[in-house]
Each structure stands twice: as C-alpha cells, then as structure tokens.
Design a protein around this ligand. Structure first.
Ligand code: GLC
Length: 746
C-alpha cells in the first residue's frame, strides 16, 4: 500500500510541476506578444550597479544611463546591488516606471558564503562531504536572498590541472567525477527544492567552457582542448549541473579551439540548448562579448553583437553592446527576431520560476535581513565544513595532535594573526578582518604557553580586490625574533602560505612555492627547532618539496573562511580528527605542471632503464602529494575487495577497518581503468566515493555499483560508448594507495 501511495505522490508532484510549467509558458507567451523589440532587447541587458539608488538620481554619465534604462524597461538584470533596501528601490524603479513592469533579476558572486564566509570552493572540495557542501551553499543562498539577491554566479565548475591558474581556488579541482557530484550539491544548495521560496536563488554553472585549461595557467589565456578531454573531463560537471536543474549558465572569456566561448554556437546552441535540452539562459561573462574584438573574432562592437546573439549568448553582462546594436541588427535581418524571442523567453522563464512576477519584492525584507545575516547556525555550518576541509599531509613521530597542557608553543608566520586572508579571494560581500585567526583559535586552548612572532610580513601594504599583492621580498628583520622564540619552544606552529589575494581571478603565479621570504623564515626556524607543525594557508596546490622533506607535520588548511582559526586549532589539538583528501594534485615542482592523477599511460611509460621513455631527466614524474590523499590521526585498513559482475552491472565491495585508537572519517575511493578502448583511457578514473565514520576498531563493508554510466566514455565524435574488454578496479583512501581487482566486460 505504501508503495502505491509514494507512486501517487510522485505522480501528483509531476502533474503539478507540469501544470505550473504550462502556466508559466502561457504567461511568457502572453507577455512576449506585448513586448516591443526594444523591451525584448532590454531583458538581454545586464548592468553592474555603481550608484546608490536610495540617494538622488545620478545626474550624468554611465550611471545616469543605467538609471534611465531601468525606468524605461531596457534592463533585465543588475549585478552588484546589495541590501534589501537598495534592491527594493532598484526593483521599484523598474516595476513602477517601465511600461510592462517586468521585474529585474539581481545577480551577485556568492561563491563561498556571503557575509558568513565559508571555505574557498577548492577547500570545500577537499572535504569530499557532499552534504556539508550542499549545506554551505544553502547557508550562502539564505544570506544572499536575505540581502535581496536572487541569483548567484556560482557554482564555478571548471576542471583544472594547473595550480598556476589563480582560479583553481574557485573550483572543485582536477577530477570530473568529484567535480560533477560537487556541482550537483552546490546547485541543490543554492536552488533548494522550492524556487519560489524567499531563501532560494538561481544558480549559474560557469564558465562554459574549458576556462580551466588556459594555457600555461595564465588567466584568460587560450584553451586548446582535444575532443576526448573536452567531452570526458571539461563537460561532465556542466552536464551534471544542467541535469541538477541549474537555471543559468555563464560562458567564458577564453577561446576554445579558436572560437571565443561567447561566440561559440556549437557550445551554446547545438550542445547546451540543443543536445542537452537546457531551458534556462546563458549570461556572458563580464564584457566577454566586447572581448571578441581583441580575440580577433569580431571586427567591431556591432559584429560582436551579431555573433554573440546568433551564437546563443542570451544576456550581455557589461558590454553595453546588446542595448546599443541588437535592435538595428534585427531590423537589418542580421539577427533573426526568433532568436531574440528565444533568449527573452529563457530569461522570463527564470524570473517566473523564482516567483519574481508574483512578488518582485519578496527578497526585500529588512527585518529578515537583520535576523539571518551572521546567524549562529550559519557560523556553525562554516566551522563544520572548515574542519572537514583540512587535509593532514604529514604527521611523523605523531607530532600531532598537540598536547593540551604544559607545552611551550611558538606560533610563527605572517598568516598566523591574519584575519582577512582566510576569507579567500571571492569575498565581495564580506567585511575585512572578520575571520578567526589561527592566533585567536590557538588562544582558546589556555593550558599551554603560547608566544607569537610574525617573522616576516607577507606583503608590504594591504591589498584589495582590484589591486595586485605587493610582496615583501626584502624586510627580514623579524626573523631573529622568530628564531629566538622557536629556540625556547617545545613545538613550533608555523602558518605560511598565500595572501588571500594571491589566488583568484587575474592572480596566476608562474612559481607556486611559498611566496616572499617565507621559505627563508621556515629554514631559519627549522635550524633553531626542527619540531615544526607547518599550517599551510593557500588558494592552490603549492610546490613545497623542502618542507615535505624536512618538516615533521604539515596540515593543508587552504583559506577556510570566517571560522578558520577555530577549525585549525581544533584539528591541531585533536578535537577534530582531520578527514580531508586532496581534490587536486600537489606537484614537487612547477615544472611538472599540468600534473594530475588521471593521466594517460603513453606508448613509453616508465620507469625504464633506458633513456627513451616519458620522464624528466631532472625531476621525478611523481607528485609531491597525489589526488585523493590525506592522512588521519588514526589508521584504516582495506581488505576483502570483492567484484561481482552481473551482465553490465558490476558490484564492488570492500571492507574498511579503523585500526587506530581514534575515531575517524575516511573517504573510500573507487577507481577504474579501461585497459584497452577505441580512445585511450586514463590509468585511473574516479567512479565512486563514500565518506564514512568509523570508531576505533570498527569496520564496515562499503558497496559500489558500476554501470554503463561509470564504465563508458565519450569517443572522438562526442558519442558516449561502452566497450567490452578488461577493466582494473582500484579501491582505497588515496588514488596512490589501493587494493586492486579486475573484471571483463562482455
Ligand atoms: C568576473 C568573473 C565571473 C563573475 C563575473 C561577475 O569577471 O569571471 O566569474 O561571475 O565577472 O562578477
């Protein structure tokens, strides 16, 4: 009886959803039929707000233009407007002045938290905890919606294998399977299960596509990607976001195989809107329509407008080109009005789904805003995922966890008392100086004697979003005091890494070691007292071979957000047993980059005694720390790997035991290798994972199921195929340490 009830409920929900969709489509048809061409083009126009709409109307310049266009229905969306009051005033301008009163949609970069800043996305990916990641996005959406926003330009789902690229901090690392699961979790978190609610916002899968494959890791650089990598590595997280119901996409600045994404009809129309059936809208990235001119793909602004509109870029972010040229291009027959109607239909559909037509001011409640921003439960969620994002890279002689009493601890390093860098790069809505520093987190443990020395400054002056970091490369005066403090300590905790603005957009680095004078500080302190716990605070994998060799304990803490110092201290003192695993490979040397675990075997794999195989003469092929790697304060033993194939379903099980004295979490990872295929396959591919908690001595059998979806791949015609043949199966707590098995697919 229960099954029938469930079936009836599902049927009822589907029927109601379909009915709601039909109602929305009918409303769109009706509205579209009333709109002038100018009003349609207006919906495709997005401005950033640089004026205080609660103040007097801007008297001249671009702000005056934006203000007037809002009132005449020539703006469909605004970005960078914040605060329930501001948004209400801006929305009133549109709804109460324009002829049809179509509401604006307000977008913002809500990338990792909003006011309550959570760990950077790459850090959250290191948690491998999809529930915590979804919760983090839910909290961010709740605070953003409380501030009047109804659309975030997230999740960024760009796969990248290049730690030189500044925006690796914003993604989920190098693997398409992990990246896809995290994309789904973030879309669920932002959009929730009721888009008409006042705490759910539209998400945006970006940057479509292959932005993370910018050559030499230089931001905005050329991306030249083969069909197999495009379909099997770059596209899967975008497809996962689309299948999870993401309402919008954002295209990317880069050219992909010679065509700027903004002008790529194959990507946007044939693939995304055609083959994948995406019914939301695509917003260009900031000015990317204009940028087709320097790309050498458009002769001028008019040409760029024509290309972008025909290629399926539905909304123009800050190029001012659609508003300037699109009407005339339609009148000249260079852009078919049917394409305009399609773009506007998509934009209106998202606004209807968000309930903006029912109540344009539903997100503008100042009482709710005050209640929800920085709510205690938001900080608790930020702390929870921060702890789960920390990766223990090394712990020789059980240096960690620290004893909680009668210890003399020297806390050293320029990031030890930094209350802003832990907030990371994408923190537009956050206030500076609000993160709990490591110093503050450690001070909460009062039974030890704690001294603190900066050692060196990381930068020579404060740095903000639009400015470059000015590194301190000369002033080493503080090293002596740091060395003196180290000499008197039982254990030294050093907090080194990157300033919050050394990763993120426009912040690629050619060298990915410890910046500034930090390596010098580390070696000087080590000479005085080698009993060091190195706490890394960074937005990308770092090449730190000296530290890996000489420092007994190393903890990767990324930029962990507002609760950073508390999370780090609780891990260092063992109040939380670290459970993170690397979502991106750490190289020994930047010369190895791009380096990743799911590489191809080549025709000359190694190691070999002869010269002629795929290797360097001056560096190992091996990473410093591999994908999926992370230690714990306990140990886990894997055994009883069983593989049981029934037709094309392969069931894999493994037993995992906590063989240490401490309860702990483990991320059990399943990899496959398709040994022989019509397109070469990687030596390893992640196809399943499960994060489990095991008490000391406890064991659990974990089950995985491999189906066509996991065993197949895209061939060089973009077709998904499953081919017979031998497969290897690998299961373990890291890509580099697994039990092995095999099966034959008929
Ligand atoms: C930026 C970024 C994009 C962001 C947009 C709006 O240049 O590339 O990720 O969402 O502009 O701020």
């Amino acid at each position: 009886m229960k099954y029938i009830n469930i079936l009836l409920i599902v049927l009822l929900i589907n029927t109601m959803t379909n009915a709601q969709d039909k109602t929305i489509e009918a409303k769109i048809d009706a509205l579209l039929s009333e709109m002038t061409l100018q009003e349609k083009v207006g919906q495709m126009n997005q401005y950033s707000s640089f004026f205080d709409v609660t103040g007097p109307a801007p008297a001249e310049g671009e702000n005056k233009m934006r203000y007037e266009h809002i009132k005449t229905g020539q703006v469909g969306s605004m970005l960078n407007v914040r605060g329930a009051k501001q948004v209400r005033e801006m929305q009133k301008l549109a709804v109460e002045n324009s002829r049809l009163g179509i509401p604006l949609i307000f977008g913002f970069d809500v990338i990792h938290g909003h006011k309550t800043v959570s760990p950077i996305p790459l850090a959250e990916a290191a948690s491998w905890d999809l529930e915590a990641i979804e919760k983090s996005a839910r909290v961010a959406a709740t605070e953003a919606a409380a501030e009047g926003l109804n659309w975030t330009f997230a999740p960024m789902v760009d796969i990248s294998r290049d730690a030189r690229w500044g925006r690796v901090m914003e993604g989920a690392g190098e693997d398409p399977y992990l990246g896809s699961r995290i994309a789904e979790a973030r879309v669920r978190g932002f959009q929730g299960d009721d888009l008409t609610a006042d705490n759910t916002i539209a998400a945006c899968a970006k940057h479509f596509a292959a932005y993370g494959f910018a050559e030499s890791g230089k931001d905005y650089n050329t991306a030249d990607v083969g069909i197999s990598t495009l379909y099997n590595v770059v596209l899967p997280p975008f497809k996962a976001a689309k299948d999870a119901g993401v309402l919008t996409f954002m295209n990317s600045f880069n050219e992909l195989n010679g065509i700027p994404a903004t002008g790529d009809e194959f990507l946007q129309r044939d693939l995304l809107k055609g083959e994948w059936g995406f019914d939301g809208f695509i917003v260009s990235d900031w000015g990317s329509i204009t940028e087709m001119i320097p790309h050498g793909f458009a002769a001028d602004g008019v040409h760029a407008t024509e290309i972008a509109a025909n290629a399926g870029s539905d909304m123009d972010m800050q190029s001012y080109l659609y508003i300037a040229h699109l009407e005339k291009l339609v009148e000249e027959g260079k852009v078919d009005e049917a394409k305009i109607d399609d773009a506007v239909r998509r934009i209106l559909r998202v606004k209807y789904k968000l309930g903006l037509f029912d109540d344009p001011y539903k997100y503008c409640d100042e009482v709710r805003e005050k209640k929800l921003i920085y709510a205690p439960e938001h900080k608790a969620a930020a702390l929870d995922i921060a702890k789960k994002s920390i990766v223990l890279l090394k712990n020789e002689k059980n240096t960690l966890p620290l004893a909680k009493k009668r210890q003399k601890i020297a806390l050293i390093g320029p990031l030890a008392d930094d209350k802003t860098s832990p907030l990371g790069n994408w923190r537009l809505a956050a206030e500076n100086n609000i993160a709990v520093s490591v110093l503050e987190g450690m001070q909460a443990y009062k039974k030890n004697k704690l001294t603190h020395e900066k050692g060196v400054n990381l930068v020579t002056e404060d740095t903000y979003f639009h400015a470059h970091v000015k590194l301190n490369t000369t002033d080493d005066k503080g090293i002596d005091a740091a060395v003196a403090a180290a000499k008197k300590a039982d254990v030294v905790v050093m907090v080194l890494g990157e300033h919050g603005m050394q990763s993120g957009e426009g912040r690629s680095r050619a060298n990915i070691g410890l910046p500034g004078l930090q390596q010098q500080l580390l070696e000087a302190v080590h000479a005085a007292n080698p009993n060091i716990v190195l706490v890394l605070m960074n937005g990308r994998p770092l090449a730190i071979p000296w530290a890996a060799e000489n420092v007994p304990a190393i903890v990767e803490t990324w930029h962990l957000g507002i609760e950073s110092g508390n999370a780090i201290a609780q891990v260092l003192y063992g109040d939380y047993n670290p459970s993170g695993k690397l979502p991106m490979t750490f190289p020994c040397d930047v010369g190895q980059v791009p380096i990743y675990y799911n590489y191809k075997n080549t025709g000359r794999p190694g190691p070999q005694d002869v010269v002629f195989w795929s290797h360097y003469t001056d560096q190992t092929n091996a990473p410093l720390y591999p994908f999926g790697y992370g230690l714990s304060y306990t140990t886990f033993k894997y055994n009883d790997l069983n593989i049981n194939k029934k037709g094309n379903i392969v069931n894999v099980s493994v037993n995992v035991k906590n063989t240490g004295k401490t309860d702990g979490e483990e991320v059990v990872q399943l990899y496959i290798r398709d040994r022989v295929a019509s397109v070469t396959r990687p030596v390893q591919e992640l196809k399943g994972f499960e994060k489990i908690m095991l008490k000391s001595g406890e064991s659990q059998t974990i089950q995985f199921m491999l189906t066509d979806k996991e065993l197949g791949f895209y061939n060089n015609r973009g077709k998904f195929v499953v081919e017979p043949g031998a497969f290897d199966v690998m299961v373990g707590g890291s890509s580099a340490e697994t039990l092995k098995g095999e099966f034959e697919l008929e």
